[in-house]
Design a protein around this ligand. Sequence first.
Ligand code: DAH
Length: 384
Amino acid sequence: MNCTSIRLSAHPSTSCNNPSKTYNYSLITYYYLLSAKFLSLRPMQSLQEQIKQYEQEINSFTPADATELENYRIKFLGTKGIVKAIFGEMKNVPVEQKKEAGQLLNTFKQLAEGKYDAFAHLQGGNGKQDTGIDITLPGTAIPTGTRHPLRMVENEIVSIFEKIGFSVATGPEIEDDWHNFTSLNMPEHHPARDMQDTFYVSQNPDWVLRTHTSSVQARIMEQGNLPVRVICPGRVYRNETISARAHCFFHQCEGLYIDKNVSFADLKQTLYYFVTEMFGADTKVRFRPSYFPFTEPSAEMDISCTVCGGSGCSLCKHTGWVEILGCGMVHPNMLRNFGIDSEVYTGFAFGMGVERITQIKYQVNDLRLYSQNDIRFLKQFQSI
Ligand code: DAH
């Protein structure tokens, strides 16, 4: 016997705090047996009593709205609710009564859940709080934008060249003098630089905003991986007064092909293929001799006017021809600048303005429209 069970009997004569007292063993035994009986009976009885009380409450409960039903759920069925708490009492029930108690508890649980289910419609849909949102209604369409016309045309140019084995190369928009001018056979004081006045970075006079994508040619040759067959789209800058025909930034697409036995005939055929893909199979081309420091010989390529077909209109200024790009055979000096043997390798290069191609394709007559972000202009170009 331990003191704890004796204390339960609460009789002064049985206190173990007073060892001098003579124990009345029969009384102790009586109390002990009584308390044991009481302990074993009490959990079951109190369980029954509690359940009865809650059953009454549940039976008489009729929720008026979703809030009342939710309060009911929290009170009876929630993680800290009555059903859970009462199930917790099971551990106090003596073994021989556990079966009976289990049945009692299950019936009670079913009653509590049944009441909730009977009014679940108050919660809407899936028993969750009614949000007032009908998820079966069609959604509000989000208006989608379109690609910028310049990007659309750039993508088209690139994909035409990709079909014949060109891959895309890009370079930095802030360039150094070597890659933008000097290595392209345009040393300092070369008069060709005058045509490409640009923006210089004041902290470092060697840095410029690139004036053309030909700088990417230089960067590709520098890598020394031959043969080369690249198409280089990108933004370029020039110190121009902004008008319908000129802007301080615009876009170009450069091409470079270097291999053994590359000839001017390859250049002509490649560019002819490009214009027929871009402007249609009927398009005619013509080459006019020109000058670029980085190509020799050099040419400008014109196409037959896509608007009037050659009979004369404002786009072709009544000549029947529209200039679209500059091109030529890569100058041997340029090959040498990058350690490429110009006796073994030859190449061709070309550069076109994306704005110019877009203007011809879509008859846009003002360069400023491309950067004004006027939605009325932009939404005329549909793309996926
Ligand atoms: N870089 C020239 C320009 O911006 C365009 C050009 C002409 C590029 C001839 C070339 C080329 O690659 O061969 O005016």
